[in-house]
Design a binder for this molecule. Structure first.
Ligand SMILES: [Zn+2]
Length: 353
């Protein structure tokens, strides 16, 4: 993404990532799990007991040379985002800190899950709370349900979780993400799942997000927002069944801006590197108030995308993918109105006023 922006001659400020420290991880993860990850990193293998206990060394969560360092950097960057957010919160009217490497929302406190070893969204929220931002609204736009985040705050009324995702009836994590999962005990009514059918278009995605935040913010007044913006809901992404264009993510920022201009933005899923570089590049440009009409695709940028060594999913890609940063909008009928109404009514029953 950074190389793509450079090829577009767009030079935006960024901070070099740092590793998370072990102490910073212990705010959520267990010591034995971290030690097991470090050991696997040193030996590049796991035994049957470790594989079973921590779900590592599997096809889903393989041990690889970049696994530990990459996870530490991704999580360290999210903690840096919290530190910057906290330092500038009072002095800035608009403050969005974007960590595209973050958003690893599936990891559990002592288990790897869904390509995720460390759950930086949970760690981000907990570090924000440590800095005094007590009530957090977490909004997850990834095509997959954030089971690790839901589990971490399921009994907690200080974090309101909203997630738009492919229904577990047909998508990972399969066992969680239904609308009837509302939270338990203190957390009852603070977990809003919006499982969606296949082939969701831009109009439907925006509609669901608007309805969800509108309801949640009438009942919960957060001190800070954390947004996970996995872009695997793009039509060109072979891991999801949604059919979004990258306009949907710009629209999502516009919707969130109605409620706050200060938030931490994390990345997440995205398995087509061409559409991923364009979508997150686009989002970053937009967050910097650069007019998208002024973005001219250079020859270098086009060549960079064409040079990406990637399996051929040409049938999913539109012709302008190399020559424009914005997709053609994929708007359409809103088929989910009744579904949203049902979900909101369910929450009205349980939410404390
Ligand atoms: Zn995903």
């Amino acid at each position: 993404m950074l190389n793509y922006l450079k090829a577009l001659n767009i030079d935006l400020p960024y901070v070099e990532a740092r590793d998370a420290t072990i102490d910073e991880l212990l705010i959520f993860h267990t010591k034995d799990y971290i030690e097991a990850l470090m050991k696997s990193d040193a030996t590049m293998k796991v035994n049957a007991y470790i594989r079973e206990k921590y779900n590592t060394g599997t096809i889903e969560n393989p041990i690889s040379p970049g696994m530990w360092r990459g996870s530490l950097l991704a999580t360290g960057s999210s903690i840096q985002a919290v530190e910057i957010f906290n330092s500038y919160y009072k002095s800035q009217k608009q403050l969005v800190i974007f960590n595209p490497a973050g958003g690893m929302h599936h990891a559990k406190s002592s288990k790897a899950n869904g390509f995720c070893f460390l759950n930086d969204p949970v760690i981000t929220i907990k570090h924000l709370q440590k800095h005094g931002f007590r009530k957090i609204m977490y909004i997850d736009l990834d095509a997959h349900h954030p089971d690790g985040v839901q589990e971490a705050f399921y009994e907690d009324d200080s974090v309101y979780t909203i997630s738009l995702h492919q229904s577990p009836e047909y998508a990972f994590p399969f066992s969680m993400g239904y609308e009837t999962e509302l939270g338990i005990d203190e957390g009852l009514g603070f977990n809003m799942n919006i499982p969606l059918p296949k082939a969701i278009n831009d109009s439907e995605f925006s509609y669901a997000l608007e309805k969800a935040i509108d309801f949640a913010s009438s009942r919960f007044n957060p001190d800070a927002f954390v947004i996970q913006m996995g872009v695997d809901g793009l039509k060109e992404d072979y891991l999801s069944k949604f059919e979004l264009s990258n306009n949907a993510y710009i629209k999502a920022i516009d919707i969130i801006y109605r409620y706050t201009k200060k938030f931490i933005l994390l990345g997440g899923g995205g398995y087509n590197p061409i559409s991923l570089a364009r979508a997150w590049g686009l989002v970053w440009i937009y967050l910097n108030d650069i007019n998208l009409k002024d973005v001219k695709i250079t020859k270098e940028a086009e060549e960079l995308l064409r040079s990406l060594d990637y399996e051929d999913f040409e049938d999913l890609m539109e012709d302008n993918i190399y020559t424009s940063i914005l997709d053609t909008p994929r708007d359409g009928d809103i088929r989910i109105k009744e579904k949203l109404e049902k979900i909101i009514s369910l929450h009205k029953l349980y939410m404390m006023v």
